[in-house]
Design a protein around this ligand. Structure first.
Ligand SMILES: *Cc1c(COP(=O)(O)O)cnc(C)c1O
Length: 290
């Protein structure tokens, strides 16, 4: 059980736990709240994916000590760059407001350590237009998601991540989980086929933080295989497919057709791939790619 794993990892140096509402699906807030209560820790949430989403009928943004949203251009609500911290704790809110504005409590009066975390006007304007179109974005994402679901029903070894339709959702992520015993191609081969067809599918989240710096070097002694078995397994089996307003029914249908053909004719697809020059690391060298 994952909660027992979380508790095992608490040390005397632990001060808090950060839950992640991955793909906009609320994590088990209640269980995490119980753990932090029992161990006297802080609870924060990475809500980067979860703008407009609810958990048990309550909007995400209301949980833990604070929740942090991302409004980066790749996220559901787009301010180009930026984000927001939400909290129901007035004291914490005052401190965060000071911290994002150099600690200024008024002109010529700095009372707290701070940084420049203010949102600029252009980003705010972008965010407002994004907010105005929120319902349309959800409708398009949801339509794409349903079309992917129908289109992939008969594709063996490919499972579309489910959403709980009783919640409010932004449907921003179309995530496939592969069952390698049923697909003839590996996840990376499938992604290569998609790229060769000009479909920019992503291996979210690959290869995992533990395989990137600084953790790769400064935690090199850790046996990650036994420490993060689920992370490793998922990082080798997931594909995130394109969605959003630039993607419509035709594109979804085409992507489903490619996946169907590639999984049904694995040997042929592999042969075809060897003639292409698709390298999954290609755009990875661009620091702007996330
Ligand atoms: C995008 C993302 C972030 C970072 O958000 P920024 O606005 O780029 O800082 C954090 N966590 C998750 C899960 C994300 O997807």
């Amino acid at each position: 059980m994952w909660a027992a794993r979380v508790e095992e990892l608490i040390t005397p140096r632990t001060t808090g736990i950060m839950g992640v509402h991955l793909w906009g699906r609320g994590c088990d807030v209640e269980e995490l709240a119980r753990i932090v209560r029992e161990h006297d820790l802080k609870l924060l949430f990475d809500a980067a994916h979860a703008f407009g989403c609810s958990h048990e009928g309550r909007m995400i943004g209301n949980f833990g000590g604070a929740e942090v949203f991302s409004f980066h251009a790749t996220k559901f609500l787009n301010t180009l760059e930026g984000g927001a911290i939400t909290t129901n704790d007035d004291e914490l809110m005052s401190r965060i407001r000071l911290m994002k504005n150099f600690g200024f409590a008024g002109q010529d009066n700095v009372i707290y350590a701070g940084t420049n975390g203010k949102m600029n006007e252009l980003s705010a304007a972008m965010g407002l237009t994004s907010l105005e179109n929120m319902d349309e974005f959800i409708a398009v994402n949801r339509d794409n998601y349903e079309r992917y679901r129908k289109g992939l029903e008969d594709v063996p070894g490919v499972r579309l991540m489910e959403y709980d339709s009783a919640e409010r959702l932004n449907y921003q992520y179309v995530v496939l989980e592969l069952d390698r015993t049923a697909t003839q191609l590996t996840r990376d081969e499938l992604v290569k086929v998609l790229w060769a067809e000009n479909v920019v599918a992503r291996r979210y989240f690959y290869p995992g933080c533990h395989r990137m710096e600084p953790y790769r070097s400064n935690q090199a002694h850790v046996d990650w295989g036994s420490r993060l078995p689920e992370t490793i397994s998922l990082s080798e089996r997931l594909i995130t497919l394109p969605t959003g307003t630039a993607v419509g029914p035709e594109q979804v249908e085409k992507i489903c057709d490619i996946l169907r053909a590639a999984t049904q004719h694995g040997a042929k697809a592999r042969e075809w791939l060897s003639e292409q020059e698709t390298e999954l690391t290609g755009s990875g060298t661009d620091p702007e790619v996330r």
